[in-house]
Design a protein. Structure first.
Length: 739
């Protein structure tokens, strides 16, 4: 049986990583003092329960905690979650969790680590809630979660919950600034409109006017950005048994990450690459040298209706959602200041989903949920425009691609947790999924004379997935568990270019589905009167047909890595030795290898004075899986100090270590080991006001956001490694008012 959840505010260490942060603001005459480690409430099993009771490895964070840790957007979540990686590929930041992830990013494809926002699956891999504003909490559920969260939760789930409207009027206003002429502000307000209706609204903006680097071609700034978000939630409770929540959201983001890219400098990553016209890059780490403006603007908008009805014998929940995402991307594909090749693409993704859940009532001895889910997605490029200026005798022409892939997915699922003797529980779950994909793609080829080809095709992907767990509570604060589960991601078509079997140009070739069989054993424990927490999990994965992609010239090719073997250990140690002081040391050891990948694309730099990369198939069996560091970990400290009546200092520091990882299948391009240090000092005064000084990447480490290999294209106009940096040292100040 689960222990009852104590009604506490989460203010200490969130399971799985990093630091702890004290309450957001002190609203009493005396500063708040707390002792011990607070219980953490999660919804990994579609019901609210203590994280220490859930037989799953979880990392969870409160919204104010993320600010103190320096996590201002979704990719930065990797700095505080061992085993989580993000790689920037074009308009997307692709998540990898415990070595499980996919570099396939053409529109209509979906991440292997699912993103759930307020119960809604966000399939678009662009910028959905990349800016973490109005966040109540985030949890990262590790391992396959396909039974309860769907076919694309192979590696795990990132769940985001935004704040809930309140009938008690409240206003939060925050403004701040930082280096690189960065300005930010947010406003959150909530109030009751009638006795049964409450609403809130959040408006946030962040604008960086100066870039981290410069374009050596024209002297302009590179990596300046903006992010504007508006989100409103309406809560209607006409009767005690009924709760209706309506959410509307919109985000507009501009970024050059993954678009303004460059060739390696001489010797960088051990490479000696030249581009079109014999160009060799000689600038700084954050610089580029491009004659075509390269950036992306993403617009995301939509909403959801969440209806919860208490029926007595059960709770009925319906979640209906619609979202649309539009991109406007520009890329200098030859990576040089010379006239070579560039792309302009304007993809669109529209999704609709409906989920019905019937859940056991609160405090039921037998916890269960059954449900049905429907998902429809219409995605495509309208168009992709690839320009090959006529600079040589080949007289190359332009390529235009117009595509649309329709996805219809139906699934039925159920899971139950049965109490057993000796303080044990058995959890069993099943989900049946049926995915149907249809594709239409037209491409005008660049060969003289121009030729057009149209592909039309469809493919269905049915799959049964499962989850089984056995846990036992050996003492009040000691839980041990065993679990096995299967994750599934259906196959799909290439929406960015023609991909066909040999000799069949009008027949589209889908990539195969991927499956992951996972086994895990773990313990969760609290000791010393709840002042010391020790959690550990041991996992083993059998990963088949991992979906990957490679750029052969300007062509994105989809393929499957035949098999991988992944195993490792997650460890979490947290202690609160005295009141308002919390120390944590958490980390992960990961062993991830391709156990079979005989025809992987291998990119070899062509010796000078040649141009770019030569691509050829090769066997990379035994090599490290991409984006899979052997060791990651975070050491963190939080200390709250009462300095006067209604005044408090919160000191936070965390150091994240990453052992390094590979970007390519052949393990020739490596991000070396690095340590990121973040810190903040927050002064709360006069009960409702605070000032925060913060700094991220204080050691100013140079880290790659991505290193992508591109094969030699037509006429030698492009080819070579495409490099994008992560942000350097940033720092600033924030002022907050809470009324």
């Amino acid at each position: 049986m689960s222990r009852p959840i104590r009604p506490v505010v989460i203010r200490t260490f969130a399971l799985g990583i990093a630091a702890t942060v004290s309450a957001a603001a002190v609203r009493a005459e005396e500063p708040e003092t707390t002792s011990g480690l607070a219980e953490i409430v999660v919804s990994a099993q579609r019901r609210l329960e203590s994280a220490q009771d859930v037989p799953i490895s979880i990392s969870a964070f409160r919204g104010e905690q993320l600010q103190a840790l320096g996590v201002q957007d979704l990719p930065a979540l990797a700095q505080v979650t061992p085993g989580l990686q993000f790689q920037a590929i074009g308009a997307t930041n692709v998540p990898f969790l415990r070595g499980v992830g996919s570099t396939t990013t053409s529109v209509g494809t979906e991440s292997t680590v699912a993103l759930i926002v307020d119960g809604v699956y966000m399939s678009a891999q662009g910028s959905s809630l990349m800016a973490l504003s109005n966040i109540d909490s985030i949890e990262v559920d590790k391992g396959p979660q396909g039974t309860l969260f769907g076919r694309n939760a192979t590696g795990g789930v990132i769940q985001i919950r935004t704040r809930k409207p309140s009938h008690d009027s409240h206003l939060d206003v925050t403004v701040g600034g930082g280096n690189y002429r960065t300005f930010e502000g947010s406003l959150y307000g909530t109030t009751g409109l009638t006795p049964t209706l409450a609403a809130d609204i959040v408006v946030s903006a962040r604008r960086q006017f100066d870039g981290f680097g410069r374009n050596r071609f024209d002297g302009s700034d590179v990596y300046e950005s903006y992010d504007y978000t508006v989100r409103s939630k309406w809560l209607w409770t006409p009767w005690d048994e009924t709760e209706l929540t309506v959410v509307l959201d919109y985000e507009r983001l501009r970024s050059a990450t993954g678009f303004a890219t460059r060739l390696p400098a001489l010797g960088e990553l051990g490479l000696n690459q030249r581009g079109n016209g014999g160009f060799q890059f000689a600038g700084g780490f954050y610089d580029v040298e491009l004659n075509f403006p390269s950036y992306n603007i993403t617009k995301t908008g939509g909403g959801s209706i969440d209806w919860l009805q208490h029926l007595g014998f059960a709770n009925l929940r319906s979640i209906t959602a619609f979202h649309r995402q539009d991109w406007d991307g520009h890329v200098d594909f030859d990576l040089t200041p010379n006239t070579g090749s560039h792309q302009i693409f304007e993809p669109t993704q529209k999704t609709f989903s409906e989920e019905l859940q019937l859940l056991s009532p609160e405090h039921s001895l037998l916890n269960w949920v059954v449900g049905a889910y429907y998902y429809r997605d219409v995605s495509g490029y309208h168009p992709v425009f690839i320009d090959y200026p006529a600079v040589n005798a080949a007289n190359l022409h332009d390529t235009t691609i117009d595509s649309e892939m329709k996805t219809n997915s139906w699934s039925l699922f159920g899971q139950t947790t049965v109490p057993l003797p000796w303080e044990s529980r058995l959890t069993l779950g099943l989900r049946y999924t049926y995915d149907d994909r249809d594709i239409t793609l037209s491409q005008t080829a660049p060969a003289p004379p121009p030729a057009s080809t149209t592909q039309r095709g469809s493919k269905s992907f049915p799959k049964l997935t499962y989850h089984a767990a056995l846990d036992r509570r050996f003492a009040e604060h000691l839980l041990a568990y065993l679990q096995a589960s299967r994750g599934f991601k259906s196959g799909f078509f290439n929406t960015q270019t023609l991909q066909s079997p040999p000799g069949q140009p009008t027949v589209p070739l889908p990539v195969n589905p991927e499956t992951l069989d996972a086994y895990e054993a773990g313990i969760k424990s609290d000791w010393l009167d709840n002042r010391f927490r020790a959690n550990a999990s041991f996992f083993y994965y059998n990963y088949k047909d991992q979906q990957v992609n490679a750029f052969l010239g300007s062509t994105r090719t989809l393929l499957n890595a035949a098999a991988s073997r992944i195993y490792g250990v997650d460890l979490e140690l947290v202690t609160a030795p005295i009141n308002d002081l919390t120390l944590s040391l958490v980390g992960e050891y990961l062993h991830a290898r391709y156990s079979s990948f005989p025809n992987a694309p291998i990119f070899t730099a062509i010796p000078a004075p040649g141009i770019g990369n030569a691509a050829s198939p090769g066997d990379v069996t035994g090599k490290d899986v991409v984006n899979s560091p052997t060791f990651t970990g975070t050491l963190a400290v939080n200390y709250g100090i009462a300095i006067a009546t209604a005044q408090r200092l919160d000191l936070n520091a965390n150091a994240y270590y990453n052992h390094g990882y590979y970007f390519d299948f052949a393990n020739t391009r490596r991000q070396s080991a690095y340590t990121l240090l973040n810190a903040s000092v927050k002064w709360t005064f006069a009960a409702n006001y605070d000032i925060t000084l913060w700094g991220d990447n204080l050691l100013d480490k140079q880290v790659y956001a991505s290193v992508n290999q591109v094969g030699l294209g037509p006429g030698g106009l492009f080819g070579g490694d495409s490099l994008t940096p992560r942000a350097p040292r940033t720092y600033g100040v924030r002022f907050g008012v809470h009324l």
